[in-house]
Write a protein that binds this ligand. Structure first.
Ligand code: SF4
Length: 220
């Protein structure tokens, strides 16, 4: 329960939050997601229009509510405690950040630094576009550099800024080896494991994204 000060008196509140335990690409690898685009300060118009988070089951009202609840929970002072407990409950050795959403503030990244520190036996993997945001770059780099974190820079061909050579990348249908799942080579994350086997900065993976979406202002 979260202790909140209201008119000087502590009150209790419990914000819903959900760790996903299954995904058609990742199998039973658990993950944590946030609202699409709104939590992606490093997005481009290109990646926004191709984002799978706008379509399919991610676009269902129930999923949107889960992601919004996750965002609100992530801002609370007990987030580190709660998510650490949730990850431990899954018994996982690998955890994905974020299937949808991204690192939206320094404070939020620092919470994940603390979570990864507390769970040295869990490998955290994923990609981020927050490397493009000057105010977030140092924080996501510190997170990336933890021994159990496998974070890549997400890129696409439409922006001129490039991540430094210290970053491995996930590209959207651009450079790199094809992700075996996305290119129909019969694997999913738990059989492939490429994303969390090495921290090498020369790793480059090419992913397929969603269908082109006609972006409405309310989506952004
Ligand atoms: S490269 Fe392998 S581990 Fe990485 S996202 Fe694709 S299937 Fe999953």
């Amino acid at each position: 329960m979260t202790q909140l000060a209201l008119f000087g008196k502590p009150v209790k509140s419990k914000l819903l939050m959900q760790v996903s335990r299954w995904n058609s690409k990742m199998g039973t690898v658990p993950s944590f997601s946030l609202p699409v685009l709104k939590t992606c300060p490093g997005k481009t118009e290109f990646c926004s229009r191709l984002c799978y988070g706008l379509n399919g089951r991610f676009a269902q009202q129930k999923m949107r509510e889960i992601f919004q609840n996750n965002l609100e929970a992530s801002k609370q002072i007990d987030f580190v405690e709660r998510i650490t407990r949730e990850i431990l409950k899954t018994g996982t050795k690998v955890f994905r950040l974020h299937v949808v959403g991204d690192f939206y503030s320094v404070e939020y990244v620092e919470k994940w630094i603390e979570i990864a520190d507390r769970l040295p036996d869990v490998k955290f993997f994923g990609s981020t576009r927050s490397w493009r945001v000057p105010g977030l770059r140092d924080a996501v780099t510190r997170f990336r550099d933890l021994p159990n974190v496998y974070l890549r820079a997400s890129i696409d061909p439409t922006h001129f800024d490039k991540p430094t050579s210290s970053w491995g990348v996930w590209s959207i249908e651009g450079v790199g080896d094809p992700c075996p799942h996305d290119y129909g080579l019969g694997e999913h994350c738990l059989t492939c494991k490429k994303c969390w086997q090495t921290k090498d900065s020369d790793i480059r993976l090419r992913l397929k994204w969603g269908n082109l979406t006609n972006l409405q202002p309310a989506m952004i």
